[in-house]
Design a protein around this ligand. Structure first.
Ligand SMILES: C[S@@+](CC[C@H](N)C(=O)[O-])C[C@H]1O[C@@H](n2cnc3c(N)ncnc32)[C@H](O)[C@@H]1O
Length: 313
């Protein structure tokens, strides 16, 4: 997570495991360049029009139980001058890789829609820590009225999220009933870069339709890996989620060994505060990595929320 701790050198982390990883090596430290700590990047909106359609962009197809999405392949070395790293705290926070949690989240959202527990049609959606942005793209394809994508790094939005979004919505195989940007009922699609500790005002002032009332849905995958960012992330969610009936879907690993975060650490922050309830939507134990989970959070004052108690950490 990004911090302003002023460390003289920054570590390069490999958080297990992205879908790009050949093996689930577990958490480890790599040879890290000696990099000075940086101030937090400014909070800015990145305009989709700034991204040239002619920019080179290699894609892969991701099959999610019958749903096919497009994902770009972008080289960390070319964008950040960093090789062999999943993230470098405070500089690059991992957005160029596709992490397993974002696929778990899309699948879970699919099930939630099928079972009638979620409906994105016309809703205001925010994806935090978006990277490729597949959950947000999925919400858009499911008819969201507005979708805002946030990443720590503006470079990730430029080089990956925006081309990814364009590639997905322009695919000919999209079912005709999907409401896509540039159609008659145009959705509002916007992109914001900046740190969770500072980006709330930009996000809330940017939504024309709900006039600062907050988002109906906040989606996030693999954003709770480091303890240092949990409090800021939770504060941002409380400020940005619409009261009383906004819903957060969070996908992540139960524990990130070596960096200290995980779903349970984040939920203990939530429990301590006492304002929000949480319930487990899905548990993924594919035998190849740590247990992964998808959780749903909502305000306790929402009568539909279902409080649960966590297992001991
Ligand atoms: C491990 S990546 C996950 C990317 C994507 N959600 C996925 O699952 O493929 C973590 C994401 O959280 C964002 N992030 C991490 N710390 C952040 C911070 N302090 N402020 C803003 N964004 C942050 C990063 O930019 C990155 O997109």
């Amino acid at each position: 997570m990004a911090t302003n701790s002023g460390k003289s050198s920054l570590e390069t982390f490999r958080l297990f495991s992205s879908t790009d990883a050949k093996t689930n090596s577990g958490f480890g430290l790599f040879d890290a360049p000696e990099l000075p700590a940086l101030p937090l990047p400014p909070c800015v909106e990145v305009l989709a029009s700034e991204v040239s359609p002619s920019e080179k962009y290699a894609v892969d197809l991701v099959n999610l139980d019958g749903l096919t999405l497009v994902k770009g392949r972008v080289n960390t070395q070319q964008v950040f001058g960093l090789s062999n790293s999943d993230l470098v705290p405070g500089r690059y926070e991992g957005g160029l890789k596709l992490w397993e949690g974002s696929l778990d989240l899309v699948k879970a959202l699919c099930s939630e829609i099928k079972s009638g527990h979620a409906d994105f049609v016309g809703k205001q959606v925010l994806e935090l820590g978006c990277g490729h942005g597949l959950p947000g793209i999925f919400a858009l394809l499911e008819g969201a009225g507005s979708i805002h994508f946030q990443d720590f790094n503006s470079e990730v939005l430029h080089c990956l999220t925006i081309p990814n979004l364009k590639a997905n919505v322009s695919r000919k195989s999209c079912p005709s009933e999907m409401k896509l940007p540039n159609c008659e009922n145009e959705a509002e699609v916007r992109f914001f870069a900046g740190d969770w500790s500072e980006i709330d005002k930009l996000l809330l002032s940017s939504s024309k339709q709900n006039q600062g009332a907050g988002y109906d849905f906040i989606l996030m995958a693999e954003t709770v890996y480091s303890i240092s960012g949990l409090q800021n992330l939770y504060c941002l969610i409380k400020k940005c989620l619409r009261q009383p009936d906004g819903v957060v879907y969070m996908a992540a690993k139960k524990h990130y060994f070596g960096v200290g975060g995980g779903t349970r650490q984040f939920l203990s922050v939530v429990e301590k505060d006492g304002l929000m309830a949480h319930s487990l939507v899905a548990e993924v134990t594919d035998g190849s990595s740590n247990v992964r989970e998808v959780w749903k959070l909502s305000f306790k004052c929402n009568e539909n929320s279902v409080p649960t108690t966590l297992d001991p950490l």
